[in-house]
Design a protein. Structure first.
Lengths: 489, 431
């Protein structure tokens, strides 16, 4: 099959009826240097010339009218792309049945991480990162990993402050199991999650002298959004939530922490995953006024007050929409999603089904309207190349692109979309492709896969031209994976 | 350096045309901020006849998370501090480095104290804004945009880039060092800027062949992110070329070290970022506005050790930076200023830390500074209804002095208004 763009009579005619010829479009592109002409390359022939939507701007030509393109669009956004076998299975099932499978299949459990038995959770964070990335590559349910990554960015914690990598491991196991349950269960669990108890300081808060950190971020970032509660709510919520502590260890182990100076420490050992424990002596005794109601309030009461607020459902709906559909969800779309979510008692399956089956998901404007996070980009590249794992490479390259797993920049998790694009991050993305290809010593899949199975055959003139000039498939894979097209989803 | 050719041999007119189109599309895209462009800014630069008004340079250091002002500039003689902070107050008062009978610097700020003694440190007390928000992200945005009403989407330094510099299409005019994404303060739809996390690894593995291929690949990219991608690559490529030259001529004249023991480590390499800033400054790359970040200031717990460590880290990095600039005869051109989204609550919490606060002091460091204390001393006994320090100086007064006095920029245009002057500069450019 030739990748060379040859002129297609029928489509040229179609282009002419829209009042623009290919030569004019390409000529304009050369003149201004910004996207004016877009070439769609499918089956080795150049087919369409973009019909600028506004007369002056251009966009990618959406192929989402076709079933196969919808399936690939869905897998890019939900599953870190796909392996050839996964794509074939999804194409055979079709778009709707694939949505059912994504939502209804229980998450495959990752293998146990032996290092997590280390006393005090003292093991290199790289082991935890690689363990997770390995599972992203090899799991039979990549959507569960995509959702786990979503919740890792929402109910976020970082390993530095959690100061116990076993706690971070547990938190990861928790989000995988709960990712598609309901918001109420998740809020009750995140409040007593040991890593979160440390990360936002609830573990050291007391009713007498409350620490506001968790109370504030619970409302601002996890549920209601800034401006929808008062400073008094933050203080009163902090009182009501006080009393939780990290779980008691089952034993302690004496570990040499500094061999040179023969320093030892007694570190906690846990026989299995645990949640925080409530210590009534540290709790607040009196009544509080929280979100408009006064009385005795426990953690469950705090969560239920928050779930009764009208801004909670839209906040989650907006974040999910920005992660899976469009960088700019319309207020009406967010309202609809939020209403559906709240009516379902905050059921995540209902929300995600509404996301994937809604017309917005496959609208032309949604095509390539999101930027892959660094982890999605790297894992997709690895899966496209057919390597079983290069988790070490992936774990090592995230930082320069702005994403280190278990180490978010701040309590707001990771930013999205345009925030992933800077002079530093794009160079690092290209360097990852170079390193990844360097690790593939065996033969590569045919480069036509890259174009048709991963880029839908929708290429910019520059990408198409460079692919045509490339000497071999290795060079073509480099261009495809380093291209702007592959950074998008 | 011939910048006329630009990244795509584009004419200014084309950029302006494209810029308008892009701006229309991108303005809605950004959630809270302008998107980070862009080659289009070069056209704006080219449109200016005047060029730079002086050779002054600004380095903003963000103390991210909310720096505890009371542990930075310590009130030495106020007994209420000990009531508010039974655990934290004792050591911080007894060890502080006195500036006068009332105030001392954190004991780990020895290098900065040395600069104070030479009249090179101004401290503005009680800096904040009215009706403060206690959200990190809202307050960061307010400081970054210079707009407590939260309507402005461009950063105050980004607007400065777009409004005041004819930098001949130089993407290094504004640079974020030690970061992977652009700080909000530097963002503007019409400003180009460079982001470099780590100079040692900033470059294409695979060398010029890869650089050429990628340069060809990222041109005319369609879609809402197209211009962002293309500009990112063009900016990176130009910056790499500049750094190849600067790296060969720059010899650091101070010890920069990031080997700092922190109880809860910061995510940023402050010293490396400032060393890169020094390289860009002393090798004459034309850099004007630099931004670096030190994180870890959200000290809700065990603040005693953590905050002291952070102060020490800040001190050693800033001291090395100043020494390096001075050795290269550039200290008279550079103003260093710290900022943080808020101070911390005067009253400590159960975790041995402090919650989100309001007003706090800012440090201004360098030869251009007229050393001393500015602003009113905040009262520890007359707190606001959230138990926080009341502000006496609007943070935009500090911005205004930096913009007009140091950079010679059009402060009222950039800030949208005029504010009381805080005369912390020795010889303001524009009065």
């Amino acid at each position: 099959m030739s990748l060379a763009p040859t002129h297609d009579q029928a489509d040229s005619a179609a282009a002419k009826t829209r009042g623009i010829t290919r030569r004019q479009a390409l000529g304009a592109a050369v003149a201004t240097g910004v996207g004016v002409g877009v070439v769609r390359l499918l089956g080795g022939s150049m087919q369409h010339i973009a019909a600028p939507r506004t007369g002056t701007t251009t966009d990618w030509i959406s192929p989402l009218k076709t079933e196969s393109a919808r399936v690939m669009h869905l897998l890019r956004r939900t599953s870190f792309g796909h392996t050839p076998a996964q794509l074939d299975a999804a194409l055979s099932d079709g778009f709707n049945k694939t949505i059912d499978r994504l939502i209804e299949t229980a998450p495959a459990e990752p293998p146990t991480l032996a290092a997590a038995n280390a006393p005090g959770g003292r093991f290199p964070i790289a082991q935890l990162q690689q363990w997770w990335i390995d599972h992203m590559f090899s799991t039979s349910t990549p959507f569960a990993e995509r959702m786990t990554l979503f919740w890792h960015g929402h109910f976020t914690s970082d390993y530095r402050k959690a100061a116990d990598d076993t706690f971070m491991y547990w938190q990861n196991l928790t989000w995988r199991r709960m990712a598609m349950t309901d918001l109420r269960s998740m809020l009750l669990q995140v409040t007593v999650d040991p890593a979160m108890l440390r990360y936002l300081d609830l573990a050291t808060s007391t009713g007498q002298s409350p620490n506001e950190n968790y109370s504030r971020e619970l409302m601002e970032l996890f549920t209601m959004g800034a401006g929808n509660y008062t400073e008094s709510d933050v203080r009163e919520g902090a009182k009501a939530l006080a009393g939780w502590q990290v779980p008691q260890p089952d034993a302690t182990a004496t570990v040499v922490v500094d061999a040179k100076n023969n320093v030892t420490r007694k570190l906690p050992v846990y026989s299995g995953q645990k949640s925080g424990v409530f210590n009534p002596r540290r709790a607040y005794k009196g009544s509080v006024t929280f979100l408009g109601k006064t009385g005795q309030l426990d953690t469950q009461g705090v969560i239920d007050r928050i779930l009764a607020q009208p801004t909670t459902a839209p906040l989650i709906a907006n974040k999910v929409a920005q992660s899976f559909v469009t960088a700019r969800p319309s207020p009406a779309y967010v309202k609809n999603l939020g209403d559906t979510f709240r009516r379902s008692k905050y059921d995540m399956k209902t929300l995600m089904r509404a996301i994937f089956t809604g017309p917005e998901f496959v609208a032309d404007q949604s095509y390539r309207s999101l930027v892959k996070s660094p982890t999605e980009f790297m894992v997709h590249a690895g899966r496209a190349l057919g390597v079983s794992s290069f988790s070490k490479l992936v774990a090592g390259h995230g930082s320069g692109m702005g994403q280190t797993l278990f180490d978010p920049p701040d309590v707001n998790g990771w930013p999205n979309n345009e925030a992933w694009i800077s002079s530093n991050t794009v160079v690092e993305r290209v360097n990852f492709v170079t390193a990844a290809l360097g690790q593939v010593k065996s033969s590569l899949p045919p480069a036509s896969d890259a174009i048709h199975r991963h880029l839908d055959g929708v290429l910019s003139p520059q990408t198409a031209s460079l692919l045509n000039q490339a000497a071999d498939d290795r060079a073509r894979w480099f261009i495809a994976l380093a291209s702007p097209e592959f950074q998008l989803k | 350096m011939n910048k006329e050719a630009g990244i795509n041999q584009l004419k200014r007119r084309d950029f302006l045309k494209a810029g308008l189109v892009f701006g229309a599309g991108a303005s809605g895209l950004a959630a809270g901020y302008a998107a980070v462009p862009d080659a289009f800014a070069r056209a704006v630069y080219a449109a200016k006849k005047e060029g730079m008004t002086n050779e002054n340079i600004l380095v903003m250091i963000q103390l991210a998370g909310g720096n505890d002002g009371l542990r930075t500039l310590v009130p030495l003689a106020d007994p209420s501090l000990h009531d508010l902070r039974p655990k934290l107050a004792g050591p911080m008062v007894s060890q502080a480095l006195p500036l006068n009978s009332q105030y001392g610097l954190n004991h780990n700020l020895g290098g900065i104290k040395g600069l104070w003694d030479k009249g090179k440190v101004a401290i503005v007390q009680g800096v904040g804004y009215s009706n403060p928000t206690f959200s990190h992200f809202e307050s960061i945005r307010i400081w970054e945009t210079g707009d407590p009403s939260r309507r402005q989407v461009d950063g105050w330094l980004g607007r400065t880039l777009a409004t005041n510099y004819d930098s001949n299409g130089h993407p290094l005019t504004g640079c974020a060092c030690g970061a992977t994404d652009a700080p909000g303060a530097l963002r503007d739809l019409q400003a180009t800027l460079t982001v470099i996390q780590n100079q040692k690894t900033f470059g294409f593995t695979g060398g010029t062949e890869v650089e050429a291929a990628v340069g060809a690949l990222y041109k005319g990219t369609p879609g809402i992110y197209g211009a962002l991608f293309d500009t990112a690559i063009a900016t990176a490529t130009e910056t790499m070329a500049t750094l190849r030259t600067s790296a060969s001529t720059y010899h650091p004249m101070a010890d920069y070290t990031d080997q700092v023991k922190l109880v809860y480590s910061s995510k940023n390499q402050l010293a490396a970022a400032l060393q890169l800033a020094a390289e860009l400054i002393v090798t004459g790359t034309g850099v004007k506005l630099l931004h670096v970040t030190l994180g870890g200031f959200d000290t809700h717990y065990t603040e005693l050790n953590r905050h002291d460590d952070l102060m020490g880290y800040l001190d050693s990095a800033v001291s090395a930076f100043y020494k390096d600039l001075a050795a290269h005869n550039m200290a008279d051109k550079v103003l260093i200023a710290t900022w943080s989204e808020f101070g911390r609550r005067p009253k400590e919490n159960a975790s041995g830390g402090t919650d989100h606060g309001a007003a706090a002091p800012l440090l201004l460091i360098g030869d251009p500074v007229n050393g001393g204390l500015y602003g009113a001393e905040p009262s520890l006994t007359s707190l606001d209804n959230t138990g926080n320090l009341k502000y006496s100086v609007d943070f935009r007064s500090v911005y205004q002095e930096i913009l007009s006095g140091h950079l010679g920029a059009d402060a009222p245009k950039i800030l949208g208004s005029s504010f009381d002057r805080i005369p912390f500069l020795k010889a303001p450019v524009v009065v």
